[in-house]
Design a protein around this ligand. Structure first.
Ligand code: PEP
Ligand code: MN
Length: 346
């Protein structure tokens, strides 16, 4: 259920409504909307009786049921887009945000050179894995803590915010100490213990869609994180598994538009893992801007042929730079359409 309070509802009225919600066996989750307080309630109870009672409670403007199984992340719950501030940038707002960097942090020279290169080209967030989910246990598993420290060094040198993957519940505190955004990889999208732990974490989350997961399952995973206390989540389409073999995964580009209809959370597209081929990355990046994604996460490496992971899909720094220039006119249109959409919904 969502309960919208009248614009000038008093603290006592809000407290009274929360009390009524609990009396009916629901849990309260309250957010301060821009103009009025909106209260979310979840759980099992007599919904009809509860709604009737709440509508008769002083200070309440409307009380309604949310039909989607994902409550807090749904557009029904919150119409305004969620804006997430990290470092000096806002994701989900008026700026198209590009995150870029290597698949894995390999050494100091590699990460600093990449960070400087992507920052000069206009990226605002540096990506780089320190904990790597690899299909084979014999492949490079990441530099772990040393990798996190190198990312922090790159942030210091460039001012870029850091996004890096978290694979295990036990590493949340350590990764949160270094990262500005915690990435949940495709393979961990339904690691519910991890999602719950991230709900208690204060850092924004980049939640990647599992390679065999539906859009609804992605939203339910986001719901786990927000239900446990952290509403700052970005969703990421990174391609799904299909019968097609021409690309590493099949990019479900429509998912971006579907998510924009269903949720208020920002949506990021990963054209690198979606295609597996660097030559296809710029075309898909353009499509992401056109369809209304909030940003991109792109793999970039100073020397892709020597990369320890995902070299084939990594752009050279020069190609990343030229791609960013090619995206400029598309991003201009994107910015105009955001202003038009904001004016229409005002
Ligand atoms: C990655 O970002 O390097 C990664 C492993 O991505 P995904 O979880 O989408 O495969
Ligand atoms: Mn990768």
């Amino acid at each position: 259920m969502i309960i919208s309070m009248r614009p000038h509802a008093t603290r006592e009225e809000i407290d009274r409504v929360c009390e009524r919600i609990r009396e009916f066996g629901y849990k309260v989750h309250s957010i301060a909307g821009e103009e009025r307080v909106v209260i979310g309630a979840v759980g099992m109870g007599d919904v009809t009786a509860c709604l009737e009672s709440l509508e008769a409670t002083p200070g309440v403007e409307t009380a309604m049921r949310i039909s989607a199984p994902y409550k807090f992340v749904s557009k029904e719950f919150k119409k305004e887009r969620t804006r997430i501030r990290v470092g000096g940038v806002e994701i989900g707002g008026d700026e198209f945000v590009v995150m870029a960097g290597p698949c894995s942090v390999e050494n100091e020279k590699q990460i600093l050179q990449t960070a400087e290169g992507v920052a000069a080209a206009g990226a605002k967030v540096l990506r780089g894995g320190a904990f790597k989910p690899r299909t084979s246990p014999y492949d490079f598993q990441g530099l772990a803590l040393e990798g996190l420290k190198l990312l922090a060094k790159a942030r210091q040198a460039t001012g870029l915010a850091i996004v890096t993957e978290i694979m295990s519940e036990g590493d949340v505190e350590t990764v949160a100490e270094y990262a500005d955004i915690m990435q949940v990889g495709a393979r961990n999208m339904q690691n519910f213990a991890l999602l719950k732990a991230l709900g208690k974490c204060r850092r924004p989350i980049l939640l990647k869609r599992g390679m065999s997961s539906t859009i609804k399952e992605l939203l339910m995973s986001a719901e786990y994180i927000t239900a446990h206390g952290n509403p700052n989540i970005m969703l990421c389409e990174r391609g799904i598994r299909t019968f097609e073999t021409a690309t590493r995964n099949t990019c479900d580009i429509t998912a971006v538009a579907v998510l924009n209809e269903l949720t208020h959370l920002p949506v990021i597209l990963d054209p690198s893992h979606a295609t597996g081929k660097q030559s296809l990355v710029p075309a898909l990046a353009r499509a992401a801007v056109a369809i209304g994604a909030d940003g991109l996460i792109v793999e970039v490496h100073p020397c892709p042929e020597k990369a320890v992971s995902d070299g084939a899909q990594s752009l050279r720094l020069e190609r990343f730079h030229s791609m960013m220039q090619e995206l400029e006119p598309y991003i201009k249109l994107w910015e105009e359409s955001r202003v038009t959409a904001a004016a229409a919904s005002a």
